[in-house]
Design a binder for this molecule. Sequence first.
Ligand code: PMP
Length: 411
Amino acid sequence: PTESTRDRSLRQRAATVIPGGMWGHQRAAAVPAGYPQFFRAGEGARVTDVDGNTYIDFMCSWGPIILGHRHPAVDAAARAQWDLGDCLDGPTEHAVILAELLVETIPHAEWALFQKNGTDATTACVTIARAGTGRRRILVAQGAYHGAVPWCSPSLVGVTAEDRAHIRTYAYNDAESLRAAAEEAGGDIAAIIVSALKHDLGKRQELPDPAFARAAREICDATGAALILDDVRAGFRLDLGGSWETVGVRPDLAAYSKAIANGHALAAVTGTERFRDAASRAFFTGSFWTGGAAMAAAVTTITELSRIDGPARIEAAGLRLRAGLAWQAERHGIEIVQSGPPAMPLVQFVGDTPEAATGEAFCREALARGVYMHHRHNMFLSCAHTDAEIDRALEATDGAFAAVAARTRRG
Ligand code: PMP
């Protein structure tokens, strides 16, 4: 890919007409050196870059692909609405059908609203919590990602202190720090927002500690604040009923996007009866938020995940990958740490630099052998990661470990 002509020429053209050559975390500067910036196609568990190189894909478009790229039934559902018109003067019937399906599937959900991106959904949850409580303060975990607008962006570029005036932080999985932040807020606490798990960039992942999850619920019950679950990244991959079903704690509001429609642009907020009135009073809209094709795709995605028990399949694929990597690393005398749920793995090398130089080298070696991984962001598996695809990927990672071991020996 480094030698590629199309990717390189597109990057050169982009550098002139797109600030920085590309925005956000999908820009080439944020993936290992030598990775392609531009893609042409996807199919099942594979993606093809603009130069025609095909890789087994362990990023799943950074989360959205859960049944596999170009899933036939999902895309047929979208296409059927597409053929009638996607962007009309208002919603299609799919809005109601999808809201009914979410209310049926997600235990806390008594209503649903739709948007396009995860940030739309997390921001709507914050607005609804403030509208419903009449309070301002929002408690956010240090280092957690909830989107790319001023109240939560990981960057302070273009952000004012006033944008963050009512945001305070706590440490994820630390009930004491959450209690202290709630105490400090006094009566002015509108919400606690939690990620499904701790999946901060470059950090070892942590599953939610049930005691921490219960403390968050208790604080919200005692103070009247809303418990917001940001399930944008993990939603539908771990549990169709919401990711905190795994720890037995239900939120008041939840934000979904990414995997909800297997790659079609859609986000959703679900909530309890208590916040229905606030959700109807607050003003939400977007020119494309009523598009019917993505909602039709979501109905088919969730129905299919439920029919085949998608989360169980994805977990099995993740366990197969994890076991293979663990065995290979040991055989090559390399110490690795694998963290997070099997469906959303992160592989780190013991003793690596803060920028994960060894992890990056490993990913580059895997890429050269036809496997697309990431060294700092959690990866994603899908229902298209069959045993055969995992085993083929493991052949590549075995070579990548060998190359990393040789590098280490050379010093
Ligand atoms: N919350 C979480 C946990 C996320 O992972 C993301 C996206 N990476 C967002 C919110 C924001 O979603 P989007 O990029 O679709 O706005």
